[in-house]
Design a protein around this ligand. Structure first.
Ligand code: GBH
Length: 484
């Protein structure tokens, strides 16, 4: 230590400070640790996804997914990386459950690889593929960690892409519904929370549209076809909800895990807050709004014009099947909003070049998104249960000679976002739990292994897992039930 402060020294210092101001009056606000606590039954978890961690891509009858194919195309992924081995979780899942236990988490959000369960996407199931998730779920439960399963984290069976054009076809939505029903039947005796689709906005815009980065299957469709893909994915979500209700245990809870477009009032005046509410509804028009309202907004349809998706009233009923909760991934503010005279009622402000971001260029440091996103979600659609299904950051993590990773930027990011989340729960926003992305370093899509999001550092050669300092931060935060 640079200064010769001892523990006792600090205790003495703290002891000499009056906890209550000397002039405390009846009105004075005393900040006690409790006022920063999360609700007592708050769910603390970590999150991962199948292709990003499992490896063993041909084990026990797994079929290929669009990510296997795509990642092996030269030049698509940073460093030509791929997920063939990833974090080797398929073989090391027991060790990884022990890592969770060491953090003190009570929940784990993982995804099920569709091509393990249905190697061709539909038709004959592969029971050996399902067995892996049975083993994982049993191991989690034996260690006091509640399993939360995501059905689709972007690893579409390649066979569906080849045979029907993937999400360009309603057949894929139907196949997804059937797969969801099958999984629910097999695991909902033990898995009580199921997420349908992770971030439809991301894999559609980047996989089928023209996002700034590319994702599998690497198509760039014209607007009309892209909107039809969006619609088919929404339909898949709705069919999955219905299939889970039909085939799962009665107490199975289901919802999406969407990356809500987080709209933050630039200055929190009542007018700007109202504008952010309107913006939240409109900017999520292609996804969450359609799911929650059973309609596309007038502005969405007007903007799409002749490229609008083709759909029936029945589709919209399926898409808006009642949910038990809404899961949202919140990494950053997408837009800062102010009230405006124009017919929309809001305008989106441009970001200055100097707006801070984390190690990934896209990952803006704007903790208040973690307060406004759930607050406006609850307010706009009267949502009664919300999960933060992902939040976390990449970092330029370096392991020191003595084997430590001092990831102070990740701790700073998490502490600030969690402080804003606690602000929301303290005001009664019904956030039930939080899943930190990610348990461990993994395959970060187009960034390959170059961007690390884990609480545990991975040496991808030896597959050794090492807790970063942020793992200790999270452990202490969970133990105290407040951001430390
Ligand atoms: C999530 O996406 C994913 O669910 C998860 O699999 C992933 O590992 C994690 O976050 C970390 O990225 O066009 O410049 O915005 C988060 C949202 C949207 C972030 C697409 C990356 C692409 C770069 N993602 N975005 S940019």
């Amino acid at each position: 230590m640079p200064h010769s402060f001892t523990r006792r020294h600090f205790a003495k210092l703290a002891g000499s400070l009056p906890l209550v101001p000397a002039v405390a009056s009846a009105q004075a606000t005393v900040i006690t640790p409790d006022s920063r606590c999360f609700p007592p039954d708050f769910v603390w978890g970590t999150a991962t996804s199948a292709y990003q961690i499992e490896g063993s891509v041909t084990a026990e009858g797994r079929g290929p997914s669009i990510w296997d194919r795509y990642a092996h195309l030269p030049g698509k992924i940073h460093g030509n990386d791929h997920g063939d081995h990833a974090s080797d979780h398929f073989a090391r899942y027991k060790e990884d459950v022990a890592l969770m236990k060491a953090l003190g988490v009570t929940a784990y959000r993982f995804s099920i690889a569709w091509p393990r369960v249905f190697p061709d996407g539909n038709g004959e199931p592969n029971p050996k593929g399902m067995d892996f998730y049975n083993r994982l779920v049993d191991e989690l439960l034996a260690n006091g960690v509640a399993p939360y399963a995501t059905l689709y984290h972007w690893d579409l069976p390649q066979s569906l892409q080849d045979r029907v054009g993937g999400w360009q076809s309603r057949d894929t939505a139907q196949a997804f519904g059937a797969y969801a029903g099958y999984v629910a039947q097999k695991i909902s005796d033990r898995v009580k929370h199921i997420f349908t689709i992770n971030e439809s906005a991301t894999f559609i815009d980047f996989g089928y549209g023209s996002g700034p980065v590319e994702m599998a299957p690497g198509l760039k469709l014209p607007q009309a076809e892209l909107n039809q893909v969006r619609h088919n994915v929404l339909l898949g979500h709705g069919l999955a909800v219905q299939a889970i209700r039909a085939s799962g245990h009665a107490d199975t809870k289901v919802g999406p895990a969407e990356n809500i477009v987080a709209c933050v009032p630039a200055i929190a005046t009542p007018q700007n807050i109202r504008a952010a509410e309107i913006a939240t509804r409109e900017m999520n028009g292609g996804y969450l709004t359609a799911m929650l309202e059973g309609r596309y907004t007038d502005a969405f349809l007007a903007y799409a014009g002749r490229n609008a998706p083709k759909f029936t009233a029945d589709d919209m009923k399926i898409i808006s099947s009642p949910l038990d909760f809404v899961g949202i991934n919140v990494y950053m503010p997408q837009h800062y909003v102010v009230a405006s005279e124009d017919p929309n009622g809001f305008s989106l402000l441009p970001f200055p070049r100097s707006f801070p971001h984390m190690e990934s260029d896209w990952l803006r440091m704007g903790p208040e998104a973690m307060y406004w996103a759930p607050r406006l979600l609850a307010r706009n659609w009267d949502v009664k249960a919300i999960y933060i299904t992902e939040n976390g950051t990449s970092g330029a993590d370096k392991m020191s000679a003595d084997g430590r990773v001092i990831d102070l930027d990740r701790i700073m990011y998490l502490r600030n976002y969690l402080t804003q989340l606690q602000r929301a729960t303290a005001e009664g926003v019904p956030v039930k739990g939080y899943f930190l992305w990610s348990l461990m370093d993994n395959f970060e899509w187009a960034d390959g292994y170059a961007k690390r999001f884990g609480l545990y550092h991975l040496d991808f050669d030896s597959q050794r897992r090492t807790p970063k300092l942020s793992a200790e931060f999270y452990r202490q935060t969970i133990a105290a039930n407040r951001p430390m």
